[in-house]
Design a protein around this ligand. Structure first.
Ligand code: BGC
Length: 283
């Protein structure tokens, strides 16, 4: 069956929004574009105040904050490199100064610096680890300290706080030519699970979302030509690329009390990419 190109129609825009996160405050790291942007806007639609963290794209971050305000929520764009402990501390302080508290942390900031292993520089290895793994660690640490101090406010949520890590299908799928990226996401999986085990008794809820191929700037090469898109579809049982809004909707659910008993899991949103699609036709 021929596949449409550029890609099939995206799913319809979010259905009438339930204000599942009314009165709560969220930090979304790396929210100036791609998946982070969509999550920030989805949380805003769901009633949360949103801190739009960015690194190096102020104009785009301000636009995202504006879009959140159009949903009727409050928003603030804050620059911070998530791999720098001092900047992370300031990000959390500014959140509390502006909104009085924090309820939701979404560790989304992530980068890819790809090369064959023999060509990968130490700097490419280290920067990916710094942003994709050390960043979530530093942000989780600040969030847990804050959640401990705040305790539970039943008027807002039955949890003391929620943490969502934006991982990748590559937390389980090995990826040749991307050893730094895959190692960072594998590490993030056990950071998330270990932390989930540690803080569960305090009613702090920790989970991940693992996106598959989502149409964002990080993977333009994989979807912007017919050839690349057809090759990509061989890896996706649903035979379509995902849209960032689909990750936004998953994040709203995971951040809300609707998923209160969901703890320490990775929710794969990948059109079936983790189903060994090479076995579709035999084995
Ligand atoms: C990567 C994308 C890739 C996708 C599926 C993501 O984590 O950032 O570049 O297309 O995984 O392989």
């Amino acid at each position: 069956m021929p596949t449409p190109f550029p890609w099939p129609e995206p799913p319809p825009p979010s259905c009438p929004v339930l204000k599942l996160l009314q009165g709560q405050t969220a930090i979304v790291t790396g929210a100036s574009s791609g998946i982070g942007r969509a999550i920030a806007i989805a949380l805003g639609h769901a009633g949360a105040n949103v801190v739009v963290n960015f690194f190096g794209q102020p104009d785009k971050a301000l636009e995202v904050a504006e879009e959140v305000r159009r949903c009727g929520s409050r928003a603030m764009a804050v620059a911070a490199d998530v791999s720098d402990p001092r900047q992370v501390r300031i990000l959390f302080e500014r959140t509390v100064d502006e909104f009085g508290r924090l309820d939701i942390l979404v560790n989304n900031a992530g980068i890819q610096l790809d090369a064959a292993v023999e060509d990968l520089t130490f700097e490419q290895w280290q920067r990916v680890m710094d942003v994709n793994l050390t960043g979530p660690f530093l942000c989780c640490q600040e969030a847990v300290r804050l959640f401990n101090k705040q305790g539970i406010d039943p008027a807002r949520s039955c949890a003391a706080g929620k943490i969502i890590c934006i991982s990748s299908v590559h937390e389980v799928i090995p990826w040749a030519g991307h050893v730094n990226y895959a190692a960072s996401k594998g590490g993030l999986m056990l950071l998330m699970k270990s932390l989930a085990q540690e803080v569960a008794p305090r009613r702090i809820r920790v989970n991940s979302i693992a996106p598959g191929a989502i149409r964002t700037p990080i993977n333009t090469a994989a979807w912007s030509t017919r050839e690349a898109y057809d090759a990509l579809l061989t890896l996706i049982p649903q035979k379509r690329i995902g849209e960032a809004e689909e990750i936004g909707r998953a994040a709203v659910w995971l951040a809300s009390d609707q998923s209160d008993y969901v703890h320490g899991i990775t929710l794969f949103v990948d059109g079936g990419m983790t189903l060994y699609p090479g076995f579709e036709t035999g084995g």
